[in-house]
Design a protein around this ligand. Sequence first.
Ligand code: NAD
Length: 262
Amino acid sequence: NEGRFHGRTALVTGAGGNIGLATALRLASEGAAIALVDIDPGKLSQAKEAFAAHGTRVEAYTCNVADRVAVSAVVDQVIGDFGAVDLLFNNAGFQGAFRPIHEYPEDDFEKVMKINVFGAFYILKAVSKHMVERRFGRIVNTASMAGVQGPPNMLAYGASKFSIVGLTQIASKDLAPYNIRVNAISPAFMGPGYMWDRQVELQAEAGTQYFSSDPTEVAKQMIASVPMRRYGDISEIPGVVSFLMSDDSSYMTGVNLPISGG
Ligand code: NAD
């Protein structure tokens, strides 16, 4: 396999999930060796099977990104197994509750922040330390349009994704002297499937002026807010990540690219 990532190793977090797996498969199809990281061993072993056709090395690692000791150990292990990490897709995330601020559950806020912000920071720190030594790295963080627009009822998630945009901008400056680029993607509504259904149902249940209490209506309201009048398909994400990791984006760092239908 002589694709543009031939000889490179990519570490992908949330690799058992929809966006992580689709993106890991794309990077593998372009020649990268892949380290899959996820908290869910079942999803990981299923994910690993999907790579059979690509002929690149793929290993799976169970790790909770919110556990900094575990993150440090797993990054060391990946570096030991593959020799290096060149590409990082820092993508693990959790959506949390849908409630207005005055009713927002504290424990959910803490959980979302621990996974989405602390987890992203621990991975970013451990991998960038290694990349600084090697004077090479391409990093893409998964933010969200929720971290740009601030949708109602998604306090923890939205705030966590605003943090990802901030981590991206600041890390890009800290790492620019070391030939390491750091960018983000911000998907918006992706469907169909579990994430879309969950979002529609929970926005309906939140019972606020912004959305109907009928999930079918909420789905229509959400689509009507998108200029392209449809949700995005997961397959519309991996190419953007691959672009940000490739030399086609060689003069881009610190940006957050919306994948949102306008
Ligand atoms: P998903 O639920 O399919 O995948 C998320 C993966 O992260 C899962 O495999 C899960 O096991 C893993 N994970 C959760 N907590 C973890 C932890 N503590 N440590 C390690 N792994 C953990 O969802 P997805 O849509 O593929 O989401 C991927 C990223 O995209 C997330 O950061 C999410 O916030 C973001 N995003 C998704 C959408 C969407 O509509 N699907 C929109 C915008 C942003």
